[in-house]
Design a protein around this ligand. Sequence first.
Ligand code: SF4
Length: 280
Amino acid sequence: MPLDLDPATREALLTRVRFCRDLGLTELYRRSVDPAILAQLTTDSQEAPGQSQNAGVSGLGSETRESIDQKQLLGTPSFQQPLGERVGDHEPAAALQLIRDEIGECTRCPLHQGRNKIVFGDGDPAARLMFVGEGPGADEDAQGLPFVGKAGQLLNNMIAAMGLKREEVYIANVVKCRPPGNRVPEQIEGDTCAPFLFRQIDVVRPQVLVALGATAATWLLGARQPLAGLRGRVHSVRGTQLIVTYHPAYLLRDPRQKKEAWADLQIAMKELGLKLPSKG
Ligand code: SF4
């Protein structure tokens, strides 16, 4: 039976659905609609016109939320199935664009307040090698592209040393908006934004991921560990091999560690079957 929700209730429920989906919760719509609950829902929304949309949705019990018919709530095509399934039907470039569209002018975490541009990602959507950094800096925030400042120049050099071009790899960050003063992202910020990174990884499906620094390693591995204990070996993340190395910004501060970073990159090269430099 078609459900005739008033616009405010409908928008509030859509907001809730989007939020749950962003958290990766896509199993909320299994049961068919219960007419009695829907009638109560409509009555409640009409009796409390002054409530904010979010407050109205927060007040719904889990039974009510789970009982709402998916077809009635998910009125626009983009909500008709989980993003992970939708992007799977597309070429990588189109699938990445869907994710970017999904992010929109994001205000999901506090980092939106200080950003100029969202830094989504850059490079070959079907790259065999993907780098993951921490978050945008000032240059990236201004241009909307990852790793375009001094650290980016160093990363470009690292990529070239591997015998690759920057446009042959894919580059993204844990958070897509610049943390104030380039601080490390807060837990809530990383937790809120990282699901978009995971979706990018699932689309690109690189053969090898390289985590640049401890923050990227923490969110990719799901646990905070000292970088020293993570480097020098191959991890497995989302069906992809993961190598952990230093962030280029750290290497700019302590160039002595470049040799160590190069050793890490050579592990990645080996996994990719790239020609290693001959020892001279
Ligand atoms: S950092 Fe990510 S979750 Fe936070 S506002 Fe930016 S795009 Fe949204």
